[in-house]
Design a protein around this ligand. Structure first.
Ligand code: PMP
Length: 361
């Protein structure tokens, strides 16, 4: 079977070139006669992968020298605990901006460790379809940090710019939009992202953290949850997910070949605009997200006649378009169009949606 267009929210489609390279190197990597999967994590060949991955990520995101770059395990959900455990230091409160399902989950988890304050009234998000005006946020200038999700994968809501929170360290969950556009890392105290959408496969999590925020973990912090332990060991404190790390390294090289984040951001903007434009002019499909905050990565939409959802998904699959089912909590459809989704994928999706609309409108 030939490859289909995979709109899965994550683990998500990977660049074909990356998969081909991994396949070609699987049995015999770098003339070693064995695979990267079978390489010890202290072997110079693997250490070179780790170093190159970090160097390329630093270059792609222009990460300043006073930030640690960590490659961890445990997914973004572990960060929901690691952030408070490491960043509370001698404070007891942190601010949380809940603009969707994921930031809400991060807030609930943090409440186990501190007074996690929701800075907005949930009703003002209109069911997670908009971001309330910053003037309505009740921020605490004494909070240990301010947490938000730059892109809400399930709800399809994305920030255009990072929020301005004064001197309070800004913490961003960028799981679903890291590396999709340039960002000024110096505005953040910490950025985290599980890799399985824009950076690589599942099993590895990127953490970019300003060095002054490391080294103050609460005494009860498990060592595996302590950023300092991982920073000191260059993310090889224990056996790391070597294959996932290697694949991330290949994705970073692929991104550099695409011209880096400015180039990929232009492509991403074009892809998203095309799809939203089509949805907006149609009377059969709707997207209920505030136009100012529509995600460039996760385009959620509903059919006018929701009894046709199953037929839509079956027809899409037949047309070579998979992974379009919306998250169970919100229903409808979702096209996840991360960096590795080619523009032709959007064209094919629009073509299928037009065809389906003609049949059923
Ligand atoms: N945050 C966001 C924005 C996500 O999209 C996800 C996963 N979909 C998570 C956190 C949780 O990531 P993980 O499953 O890697 O823990």
């Amino acid at each position: 079977m030939s490859r289909v267009y995979n709109f899965s929210p994550g683990p998500a489609t990977l660049p074909e070139e990356v998969l081909q390279q991994a396949q070609a190197e699987l049995l015999d990597w770098q003339n070693l006669g064995f695979s990267v999967l079978e390489t010890n994590h202290h072997d110079p060949a693997f250490l070179a992968v780790a170093e190159t991955a970090e160097r390329d990520l630093r270059e792609l995101m222009s990460i300043p020298a006073n930030y640690h770059v960590l490659f961890l395990q445990g997914g973004a959900r572990s960060q929901f605990s690691m952030v408070p455990l490491n960043l509370l230091h001698n404070k007891t409160t942190a601010d949380y901006l809940n603009t969707g399902i994921w930031s809400d989950m991060a807030w609930k988890e943090a409440s186990r460790y501190c007074q996690a304050k929701a800075v907005i009234n949930p009703e003002t998000t209109l069911n997670y379809t908009t971001i309330p005006d910053p003037q309505q946020w009740r921020c605490n200038p004494e909070a240990a940090y301010f947490h938000y999700a730059d892109n809400e994968t399930v709800n399809g809501v994305e920030f255009v710019m990072p929020p301005l929170v004064g001197n309070v360290p800004l913490v961003a969950d960028m799981s679903s939009n890291i590396l999709s556009r340039p960002c000024d890392v110096s505005q953040f105290g910490l950025i985290y992202a599980s890799a399985q959408k824009n950076a690589g496969p599942a099993g590895i999590t990127l953490v970019i953290v300003r060095d002054d925020l490391v080294g103050h973990a609460l005494p009860l912090t498990p060592t595996m949850f302590n950023y300092q332990a991982h920073a000191k060991a260059h993310s090889i404190y224990n056996t790391p997910p070597t294959f996932a790390w290697y694949l991330c390294a290949l994705v970073f090289q692929w991104l550099k070949r695409q011209g880096g984040l400015t180039s990929i951001a232009a492509i991403n903007a074009r892809k998203a605009e095309k799809l939203y434009h089509y949805i907006d002019q149609s009377t059969y499909y709707t997207n209920g997200v505030d136009k100012r905050y529509r995600s460039r990565m996760n385009v959620v939409f509903k059919l006018h006649d929701e009894t046709r959802n199953t037929a839509f998904l079956a027809g899409a699959k037949e047309a070579g378009l998979v992974g379009l089912k919306g998250h169970k909590l919100v229903g409808g459809m979702r096209a996840s169009i991360y960096n590795a989704m080619p523009e032709t994928g959007i064209d094919h999706l629009i073509e299928f949606m037009t065809h389906f609309e003609k049949l059923h409108a």
